[in-house]
Every structure is written in C-alpha cells, then in structure tokens.
Design a binder for this molecule. Sequence first.
Ligand code: EPU
Length: 335
Amino acid sequence: MIQQHISLKPYNTFDIDVKAESFVSVKTLEDLTVVLKTNPKKLLVIGGGSNMLFTKDIEGLVVHLDLKGIEIGEKSKKTTRVKVAAGENWHDFVLWSLQQNLGGLENLSLIPGNVGTAPIQNIGAYGVELKDTFVECEAMNLHTLEIETFSKADCKFDYRNSIFKSEVKGQYIIVSVTFELTHTDHKLKTSYGVINDELKKMNVKSPTIQHVSKAVIAIRQSKLPDPKRLGNSGSFFKNPVVTVSKFKELQSQFPNIPHYPVSEQEIKIPAGWLIETAGFKGKNFGNYGVHKNQALVLVNYGGAKGKDILNLSQTIQKAIDTIFGIPLEAEVNIL
Ligand code: EPU
C-alpha cells in the first residue's frame, strides 16, 4: 500500500528525519512489478539505508525493498552456492552462513545494510570484498520490468564501486544475489594484522571461520559506532589513492603517514588518518560530529539535519585538500 508523506527516519542508519512524498514497502517481486507499472513517478529504491545521507525531503516514490528468502543451490566438491533475496539483512545472512559452516563471508561480519545493496558498492572489510564470493545477481530493469542476470564480470567490481554505481546507476533494482561459499577447506584471511591480534587475545590457536567472524565483530565494535545506538553510515569517505611521487612528497612532510600499495604506481592512504591529523577526530558540532574512535565516520547524535552533516563533510574535504593536497571523495550516497 502506497503511503504519503512518510518519515524516512526508520529507513536510514544516519537517522535523518526527512519525508518521502510517497512510500511503499514491497515484499514480493510481483508487488514490485505492480508498483513500478502503476507509478510513473520519480523513484528511489532503498534497502537497509546504511549508505545514504538524506539532505532534503524526497520527491516521488520511495520503494523499500523487503524481499526475503535464502535458497541453497548447486554444490561442488568444496563449494555451495546460495541465492539470497535482496531484502535480507547482510549481517543476519553472514551469521546464517556461519551456522551452516559455509565460509567466505566471515571477514564481512557486522557490516550494516542489506544483501541487495551490497554489490552496488562492493562492500569490503579486512582484506575481503563482496566480489570474492559473488557469482551473479538478478536485477529488474526499470524500463522493461524484466529480470536480467549480471555475472561477476558484468558488474565491473572495483574498490567500493560497480556498474550499479556508475554506468547503469538508477536503471536496475537488484532483487537477488548468488554467492559461492566453501563447505570444506575454508580459506581463512587473517592477513590483516588486527585480526591475528584479536584471535591471540581470544586465545584461539587454530581459528575457524566462526572465530574469524567473532574477531571481526570485536574489532568493529571497538572502533565503529553501532548504527542502532548512534546514527552513522560507516566510512563517509573513500580511502584516497595517490601516485608514488605524491606519496613521497607527503612522506617527507609526514614521516609516519600510514599507506598501502595498490599497484607499482599507486598508494592508498587511510582517509581516517588524514582527518585525524587535520584535527577533526572526536570533534562535536552540537548534535553531529566526527566519531571519537574512527575519524572516517561522521555521526548524528540525535536530530541532526542531513545538510549539517553534508556541510561538515565539505569542511573536512576542504581542510584535507589544503593540508595534504588530496581530494577526498564521499563514499556515502548524498541525496
Ligand atoms: N586511522 C587513523 N585514525 C583514524 C582512523 C584510521 O589514523 O581515526 C588509520 C590507522 O593508521 C589505521 C588505518 O587508518 O591503521 C586504517 O584504519 P581501519 O583499519 O579502521 O580502516 P579504514 O581504512 O579506515 C576501511 C574501510 C572500512 C573497513 C575497514 C577494515 C573504506 C572507506 N573503509 O576503513 O569500511 O571496515 O577498512 O577493513 O575503505 C565502510 O566502508 O563503511 C567501512 C567501515
């Protein structure tokens, strides 16, 4: 049922109180098709609302995608395919996979959002990205209302990016995602130092996928605010990539600058370090600010306006450009 002038506060993890001109929550593909056929309005589709900042009321129709279901598919000697409906909560799905002893998603534990929106920005954490276990997704073409299948190659996954955030942005709605997970011979990825440190703290000598998940959950809980308690959208900016010569220039001025090689010519610098070094970490501006444990996360302490948070992000971008000569790109979708 389509409702008018509905607050979107319960549908975005930043807790921003804007209104949708019209709003509908859909639980089946048939309902989605009917809604799209009969509503020629401007459309915004939301899943978990965990990667968006609303800066104004939303005109047109907001469709909350609430498709549910997990199906176990083909099995090979070592792997099992699982097809998941877009509206399933990401972390609940990760926990389900671990209960089935299916491996591959443990490093991606506790990431907010839904399964259907995960491919759009190729979610990633602790050395693993969604693309590593992704097989294909089904998406509804908004012009034809037909379901099309996108292979991994079709999706053109990159760091926090895919075809759904670039070439075909706004033209499809992802309705299901199929993963290939291991049921035996799990490949643990604990190369991120913090995971090994956490496993040591937990006294784990031969880690399982379940241990790695527990370690990741503990690390995230110590750094990242729980969106259920404090409005936020995870990392607000992407980690910038600079040329080696630009990096050398920075290193001579800031000898402790953390960095990760991306290729022979390019180096990634943690935006959190840049923002902390610029003096923003833990700064409050009334009811919004920069998180005290992770400078890459902007937070809403309650009642903040999206515009205020957008202004803060722009102030940060200007400061980082002035101090380091690096343009920071928002990771969150600004609406
Ligand atoms: N750092 C600081 N100060 C800070 C935060 C970070 O100096 O306030 C420096 C430290 O040197 C730290 C390094 O940055 O060692 C990296 O920090 P962290 O491990 O927290 O990771 P990140 O690069 O800031 C990225 C992702 C996160 C993901 C983590 C772990 C992006 C934009 N963010 O953050 O993803 O959980 O790695 O893999 O790539 C998200 O996308 O919403 C998200 C939370």
